[in-house]
Design a protein around this ligand. Sequence first.
Ligand SMILES: NC(=O)c1ccc[n+]([C@@H]2O[C@H](COP(=O)([O-])OP(=O)(O)OC[C@H]3O[C@@H](n4cnc5c(N)ncnc54)[C@H](OP(=O)(O)O)[C@@H]3O)[C@@H](O)[C@H]2O)c1
Length: 337
Amino acid sequence: MPTKVNRQWCLASRPVGLIEPSNFTWNEVPIPTPGDGELLIRNIYLSLDPASWGWMQKWISYVPALAIGDVMHGITLGVVEQSRHAKFHPGDLVYGMLGWQEFAVTNGKGLMKLPKRTSIPLPAYVSVFGLTGLTAYFGLLDIGKPKVGETLVVSAAAGAVGSIVGQIGKVKGCHVVGTAGTDEKCQWLTEELGFDAAINYKTESLHDSLSTHCPNGIDIYFENVGGALFETVLTLINLRARIVLCGLISQYKANGLGPSLASIIVNRARIEGFIASDYFHRAEEAIIDLQKWITEGHIQYKVDIIEGLENAHTAIGKLFDGSNKGKLMVKVSEEPL
Ligand SMILES: NC(=O)c1ccc[n+]([C@@H]2O[C@H](COP(=O)([O-])OP(=O)(O)OC[C@H]3O[C@@H](n4cnc5c(N)ncnc54)[C@H](OP(=O)(O)O)[C@@H]3O)[C@@H](O)[C@H]2O)c1
C-alpha cells in the first residue's frame, strides 16, 4: 500500500562478490513534489535485473554511476499521480528508470507511456513487452540474424530473456538448444517451450552435450552467462557464426574474466554487444510481433513477483542462485483499478 513517505532502497556499498542485502540501505523521505515540466509517479512494479551488479559499480556505463547513498537504479512500471508536464496526465501508465523507490519525480526524459489498460496483465509490460522481450527480440533478430535451419544456442535459456530468445528462434525455423541449471528447467524448455534440446550445465559435460545436440555446429550463440560455457561454445562455432553478447551473469561477481577469443578470428565470426534501451524507439515493432506470437501459442512467458519493496534487497539474489521462476520483479504498490 502507498505510504505518506517515500520508501527507498539506496546504495550502501558496492558489491565485491555477488550482490548482498548489506549493499543496500533503507530510507524513508518525504514524497517529492513535481516542479514545472515534471511529473510524480507511483511505482507499481520494479524490475530486478542482473545488470544491477554493474550499475552498483563505480564504472562509466550506459547508466550514470551511482554514488554511495543514491537511490538504487531500477526499471519500473508506474502510474502518474501528478503532472506539470504537457505530455503526461494523471492515470497514465509509464515505464522507465525510476529506481528502487515507491515514488519518483522526473522530467519525463526516457519515459515510455504504455497503452491504455487492456486485458494484458501489467506485469507483462515489465517482462515480455518490456526490457526482457525487447532484449530477446532485437538481440536475436537484429544481431543474431537467424536463418531457417541454423543452430541457435542460448544460455540461461530458462530465464526471462533466454526463454523468449529460444522461442523466437523456433518461430524463425532454427534448431534451438538451451542451457539451464536444473533438470526441471531443461524439461520445461523441451517439453513446453519447444526447444530441440536442453543441457543442464551443472551436471552434464558441456562439450559432449553441445557436440551431441549441435551436430552441424553452432551458427548463433545468444550469450547470457559467460565463463566456461562461452569458452566451450567458442570451440564449436561455425564459419560466420554470430555471437550476441547480451549478458555475462556468471561474471557478475568478479572483474576481468573472459574467454579466449581466438576462435572468433579463425571462424571469421561476429561478436556484438548491445543494450536493449538502444532499441526502445522500435518497441512497438517488437510488441506487435511478440503479441501475435503469444496469441498464436508460439511464445509463453513466466513472471516471478515478490510482494513488497521491503523485500527487493534479498529478492535480487534469486537471479544469481537460479531460483527465480520467470521474469523477476517486485510489486511495490497496488495496480490502479
Ligand atoms: N544487453 C541488455 O540490454 C540486457 C537486458 C536484459 C538482460 N540482459 C542480460 O540477460 C541475461 C539474463 O537476464 P534475465 O533478466 O533474463 O535473468 P534470468 O535469466 O531470468 O535470471 C538469471 C538466470 O541466470 C542463471 N545464472 C545465474 N548465475 C549463473 C551462473 N553463475 N552461471 C550460469 N547461469 C547462471 C540462473 O539460471 P540457471 O538455473 O540456468 O543457472 C538464473 O535464473 C543476464 O546476463 C542479463 O545481464 C541484458
